[in-house]
Design a protein around this ligand. Sequence first.
Ligand code: FAD
Ligand code: SF4
Length: 478
Amino acid sequence: MDIKERMKIERHAMPEQPPAVRARNFEEVPLGYSDETAIMEAQRCIQCKKPFCMEGCPVSVKIPEFIKLIREGEFVAAARKIKETNALPAVCGRVCPQEAQCEGKCILGKKGEPVAIGRLERFCADYERNHELITIPLKETTTNRKVAVIGSGPAGLTVAGDLLLKGHDVTIYEALHKPGGVLVYGIPEFRLPKSIVDSEVNYLCQLGARLELNTVVGTAISVDDLFNVYGFHAVFIAVGAGLPKFLNIEGENLCGVYSANEYLTRVNLMKAYKNPTFDTPVFRGRRVAVVGGGNVAMDCLRTAMRLGAEKVFCVYRRAMEQMPARAEEIHHAKEEGIEFHLLRNPTRVLGDERGWVRGMEVVKMELGEPDDSGRRRPVEVEGSQYVLDVDTVIVGIGSDANPLLTSTMPDLKLNRWGNIKTDYEGRTSVKGVWAAGDIVTGAATVILAAGAGKICAQSIHEYLNGNDDWNVHSFSTE
Ligand code: FAD
Ligand code: SF4
């Protein structure tokens, strides 16, 4: 097939549950490509000599190479090609903002639609897992060097995997009772089935990872203990940014107001949607307002709908074009009947005599001059307040670094938002301690956390092998 013929092929849609059906269940929404569709979609790639798609990928997945393997029917080889640089393809194929990364740069997108790189990534990772063809690679000879990984989100899982393969002994400490970080407690089942995260964790366990669950480092055990009592040679901190931000408005502590963090953790990790089969309760609001416009807000909106709400409102202070959520999430939310109240900002939450939410006052906004982020600043329209009739309010406006661990390490340098300062390879200001993921960057993305983890793993490996004298690195991250 020549290039012209390839460019005539239209992008292949992925089958999905119909909106009316899926809006009331927690099953995954997109159903994945068949073998035949994946091959046809892979035919669209023109194998550019200078593949711009790779420039858009934060971990430089060899995109044309893996797509060529799919075209040839070599699905498992394609999955392994991706794994050379991305340890979590089944996850990233589902949750990466491809439209702003690889697909946003694909040359085909200039005149038509880009190659569906994310869907193809998901396809081959699923193929490998569903056909039980994930093999456990041979590890390098044991080095008898011990590494403690604190936090089991994408950064922690990636570092653990890479260091285990290099023969190091890895223990993962996790505060919650289940490993996976945001992948299990934040992102809902209908977007990322938990069986996929379980399979990633099983893979690490088969490689020899030890898991210490229900262990909050900083309270149950200190980083000093990890070195001095437990004999670790290096520590990697990947505790994420799990401290919810609030609006700081009147009525925010009424019953029926949740932080997105609590709401999603109750429903996803604690399975409140299966209550009473599972013990965790959650208030199933009839009319629910979610404040925010990112992925977190979209997840809350769609979760509230699935819990049986009659009306679900997205209250966002800027316009649709400024929403930071993935395009697919916004599209799915609209299809599922979420109502968008854009250019609106909450001013107070109103309660009844029993202390339960009975409404939320919002004010209209208009866009003014650009702010530091380059986006036009929303400005209040004076006197435009009105009350939205709701019984539940979920605040999904982002999260900050949790100081629980960092506050116990006086020598650990932090920036003014409480994020850990590191050099390019993840070294912190404390000898033998690395950090990556949201605790360094602030709330970001799965692939950025995993990518930074890969760089740290290599740096830790050099250090453990004695090829890196810590003291030569001047710590300058100002
Ligand atoms: P996390 O995933 O936050 O994991 C940190 C882990 O450390 C947690 O398990 C936590 O329990 C544990 N921990 C914390 N403190 C301690 C302690 N003291 N001791 C032991 N363990 C501790 N990104 C995308 O790319 N696409 C998306 O669609 C997307 N959707 C999102 C939806 C939601 C609801 C949220 C909250 C985030 C979303 N993100 C998305 C962002 C993405 O999930 C994060 O950027 C990523 O998970 C960060 O990875 P991490 O490894 O740094 O930390
Ligand atoms: Fe294929 Fe698009 Fe990448 Fe070119 S830019 S190699 S067409 S995926």
